[in-house]
Design a protein around this ligand. Structure first.
Ligand SMILES: Nc1ncnc2c1ncn2[C@@H]1O[C@H](COP(=O)(O)OP(=O)(O)O)[C@@H](O)[C@H]1O
Ligand SMILES: O=C(OP(=O)(O)O)[C@H](O)COP(=O)(O)O
Length: 401
């Protein structure tokens, strides 16, 4: 992917008094009372917005929230205004729509350095269809375009891709740049030895990532629910553990590929098994080759934690995607917590540690170790696609540097 022009390349003269359409990913979790339960994505959007405010731009913020079908009050972005205002130290204005006359009036009334948040762009079905007329209407609000919505950059939607055709320049925000630097840069040009840790529940969604990483890493550690498909492919009994029967051949071929490429592929040697899928299940540690009938593996065991930790001691770059076990249940969180702690410890010694979004980020946050890592991605799906080597439409649409 060619290097893209960044908002940092734009100077006072390009920005002062200009209306800037900024696509951010404010798709944050809200509880039943509309309280924000994790504001990471809002905080991550702040540096770009503050840069624009500081350079006298009129900032027009656009985002989606959830997956509404048409106008749905529960998916309104209004509950985000107080937190956004607090973080930006300015009174953020809120529009009731994302296009149309009322919105145009509010944009016209914005002072230099002012911020207007548009209503959920997915209230229009044209957004996800990347409808050109809708993209033009969004574009007509502004003079230039900044895309800082890394978490949504794998979607070719009107506000993430289409709008870039009608606004020049179209540039990447600071968050977008940072995500690309780590997830593309560090993986394409890693300090070696380079290790990847892949866990989570599904082989099918991670297969592309594993294949792509096999071409780059020295060590590949596999854990989580997907490991049982690999065990079964090797002829082990797996009890009632999670297995994707139709992926057994694929697992065998990945094991062979790793061998052929000289990648050290590590599977857990012991497993914490449970008699049911529940927080209060009975549990015990068994060797990987000895999972009894009627028991299911829900975490990696203590020997595996030790082996994995020792193998990581030699590395310079580590990328982690997917928990080692059912970390949502305290009894089966030890493997995931141990990996999080190990990565935090190695970060402190100068190792580059990158967490690739989704549940792994939740696990690191839960362990209170988020600020210890080199980079924590704000995108689940987007970071997976990047690690698979795919191009992101929201990035491709931007001007080259
Ligand atoms: N042994 C296991 N059996 C069943 N589910 C598991 C197991 N280990 C991990 N999981 C589940 O995998 C889920 C996360 O998987 P995934 O979505 O692939 O990760 P990520 O979001 O980090 O990419 C978690 O909810 C976790 O409980
Ligand atoms: O939360 C998001 O994706 P993620 O959970 O894969 O990180 C993004 O905001 C994209 O949302 P979408 O998957 O509804 O297009």
């Amino acid at each position: 992917m060619a290097t893209k022009k960044s908002v940092g390349d734009l100077k006072e003269a390009d920005l002062k008094g200009k209306k800037v359409f900024v696509r951010v990913d404010l798709n944050v979790p809200l509880d039943d009372n509309f309280n924000i339960t994790d504001d990471t994505r809002i905080r991550a959007a702040v540096p770009t917005i503050k840069y624009l405010m500081g350079h006298g731009s009129k900032v027009i913020l656009s985002s989606h929230l959830g997956r509404p079908k048409g106008v749905t009050p529960k998916y309104s972005l209004k509950p985000l205004v107080p937190r956004l205002s607090e973080l930006l130290e300015v009174e953020v204005k809120m529009a009731n729509d994302c296009i149309g006359e009322e919105v145009e009036k509010m944009v016209a009334a914005l002072p230099d350095g002012g911020v207007l948040l548009l209503e959920n762009v997915r209230f229009y079905k044209e957004e996800e269809k990347n409808d050109p007329e809708f993209a033009k209407k969004l574009a007509s609000l502004a003079d230039l375009y900044v895309n800082d919505a890394f978490g949504t950059a794998h979607r070719a939607h009107a506000s993430t891709e289409g709008v870039a055709k009608y606004l020049k320049p179209s540039v990447a925000g600071f968050l977008m740049q940072k995500e690309l630097d780590y997830l593309v840069g560090a993986v394409a040009n890693p300090k070696k030895p380079f290790a990847a840790i892949v866990g989570g529940s599904k082989v099918s969604t991670k297969i592309g990532v594993i294949e792509s990483l096999l071409a780059k890493v020295d060590i590949l550690i596999l854990g989580g629910g997907m490991m049982f498909t690999f065990y079964k492919a090797q002829g082990y009994a797996v009890g009632s553990s999670l297995v994707e029967e139709d992926k057994l051949d694929l697992a065998t071929s990945l094991l062979e590929k790793a061998k052929a490429k000289g990648v050290s592929l590590l599977l857990p040697t012991d497993v914490v098994v449970a008699d049911k899928f529940a927080a209060d299940a009975n549990s015990k540690v068994v060797p990987a080759s000895g999972i009894p009938d009627g028991w299911m593996g829900l975490d990696i065991g203590p020997d595996s934690i030790k082996t994995f930790s020792e193998s990581l001691d030699t590395t310079q770059t580590i990328i982690w995607n997917g928990p080692m076990g059912v970390f949502e249940f305290e009894k089966f969180a030890a493997g995931t917590e141990a990996v999080a702690k190990k990565l935090a410890e190695l970060s402190g010694k100068g190792v580059t540690t990158i967490i690739g979004g989704g549940d792994s980020v939740a696990a690191v946050e839960k362990a209170g170790l988020a600020d210890k890592m080199s980079h924590i991605s704000t995108g689940g799906g987007a970071s997976l696609e990047l690690l698979e080597g795919k191009q992101l439409p929201g990035v491709l649409a931007l001007n080259d540097a």
